[in-house]
Write a protein that binds this ligand. Structure first.
Ligand code: ATP
Length: 456
């Protein structure tokens, strides 16, 4: 009976022998079934093969499947999934699943605390296996000793990092054939290199956005950061690439209005004031049909860094890919962790976006606010040093685009209707300024030729 095995293994002696803490495994599973929100945190720590007992891994996988499909994770729901896979009886049946949740009620605790214990034991077991494998290979006289030591070192480092053996270090020659073939296809125009920004001049400068890049559009409040970010999201979505927008500032409805305004060329004011003419409505219906066809997803519920991260992970798990992840905007995010300094807190999010973007293969677009320094300059033009909470954001970003409009300060100015995208950081290329048309009444910035805005 699994529960007895689990109880037996709860003692320190048994833990040392088997290198597992089954009480912690049970606590994690119980918490995930009690409350699907616990899954958001647990998946950040534990992966599918981290449990010691195979039946715990099966239960974990069943819960994860339910959670990522936004289905209930209760014992009854999980039992049904296990039953479909003919695993229920082996897993102790519904009574065992129910007992896991009852244990949580009797002995509540933070799921992340238990998840970390599970992860530590998992890493410990992997390190142990890796050392045993290394010891075995030292006796294999057909292998040069250097190769044995090298392989053992890599194996152990992978185990200690918590990654699976399939991840991690690769010798250049192990992947360079594939990379060369990819370069040849890019050069031949068979595959697009970066994801288009939707703005021709900007594409020429940046070569589009690449998976894993962190892109920071930065500007004073109201300069057009959300509009610029949404433009990048739309450019990818209209080409059929999966896009996720986490908005902390606007509701889904407001964001959708912006999409209709942009595509249907309907003044954004008409939506906010509710004064839509018959012509506006006809255009809105047409625009709706176009936008409905895009793999564009909006989330206005996730407000903490933990929830936003989980939202992207869940999206990636369900869709199998995430091309552009647009989070609007950096300073709006809340966190449950306590930091002494705001800049350290915001900087840590930039780092997390960069890391998760790399893991999910997504280009991450996160606008950030600038401080008032630009306003003290005679030309009011922003500089990289104006970034609020800057240090780490600057460091983590691959591309920083400072947004500037002269007409933000003087609506009668010569350059009214123009916006500058000042590329103030570009990790792999030149820095320059691209000037575009600001059509904020249509919730967009566009190239002067406007070719990109022909949605039909
Ligand atoms: N109908 C309209 N006509 C002209 N300009 C408009 C219209 N609606 C909004 N705007 C302008 O668009 C700008 C807001 O754009 P956006 O929301 O992209 O800026 P932001 O930098 O993200 O702002 P925030 O700092 O508030 O998040 C403002 O300057 C606003 O005046």
């Amino acid at each position: 009976m699994p529960s007895r095995v689990a109880d037996d293994l709860a003692t320190t002696e048994a833990q040392q022998q088997h290198m597992a803490d089954l009480a912690a495994e049970r606590a994690v599973l119980g918490a995930m079934m009690m409350n699907p929100r616990a899954c958001d945190d647990v998946v950040e720590v534990v992966t599918e093969l981290d449990m010691f007992l195979p039946i715990h891994n099966d239960i974990f996988t069943a819960i994860l499947g339910q959670w990522s499909a936004e289905e209930p994770t209760s014992p009854i729901a999980v039992a049904r999934v296990l039953d479909e896979g003919k695993q229920l009886e082996r897993c102790g049946g519904l009574p065992y699943l129910t007992k896991l949740t009852e244990d949580v009620l009797r002995n509540p605790g933070s799921p992340v605390f238990y998840a970390r214990i599970v992860k530590d034991w998992s890493r410990r077991r992997k390190a142990h296996e890796s050392l045993l494998r290394g010891a075995y290979h030292t006796r294999d006289l057909s292998r040069p000793v250097d190769a044995v030591v090298d392989a053992a070192q890599r194996d152990l480092a992978d185990a200690a990092s918590g990654l699976t053996l399939a991840d991690g270090v690769e010798r250049v020659s192990e992947f360079s054939d594939d990379e060369m073939a990819y370069l040849e296809r890019v050069a031949a125009g068979d595959v697009p290199h970066g994801i288009t920004t939707g703005l021709g001049q900007l594409d020429k400068l940046l070569g589009g956005f690449l998976p894993g890049q962190l892109i920071i559009p930065a500007g004073r409040p109201g300069m057009g950061k959300s509009t610029a970010g949404l433009g990048f999201a739309v450019a990818a979505a209209r080409r059929g690439l999966p896009v996720l927008v986490n908005t902390l500032e606007m509701s889904k409805r407001e964001l959708w209005w912006r999409l209709l305004s942009r595509v249907g060329e309907i003044n954004l004011n008409a939506f906010t004031t509710g004064r839509l003419t018959e012509d506006d409505l006809t255009r809105a219906r047409e625009a709706k049909k176009i936008v409905d066809g895009w793999p564009l997803h909006l989330d206005d519920q996730s407000r903490t860094i933990e929830a936003i991260r989980a939202s992207a992970r869940r999206f990636h798990q369900r869709q199998g890919a995430l091309a552009i992840w647009f989070v609007d905007y950096l300073q709006r995010i809340r966190s449950s962790a306590k930091f002494d300094r705001r800049d350290l807190e915001v900087g840590s999010w930039a780092r997390e976006f960069k890391t998760l973007g790399g893991e999910l293969g997504a280009a991450v677009v996160v606008p950030s606010q600038l401080n008032r320094e630009a306003e003290k300059r005679s030309d009011k033009r922003p500089q990289l040093s104006d970034m609020r909470d800057s240090g780490e954001i600057e460091q983590e970003a691959d591309v920083v685009i400072l947004l500037h409009r002269d007409d933000y300060y003087d609506s009668e100015c010569e350059r009214a209707g123009e916006a500058d995208y000042i590329i103030a950081k570009h990790r792999n290329g030149p820095m320059d300024t691209v000037t575009v048309a600001a059509q904020l009444h249509f919730a967009r910035f566009t190239d002067w030729t406007n070719e990109e805005d022909d949605y039909r």
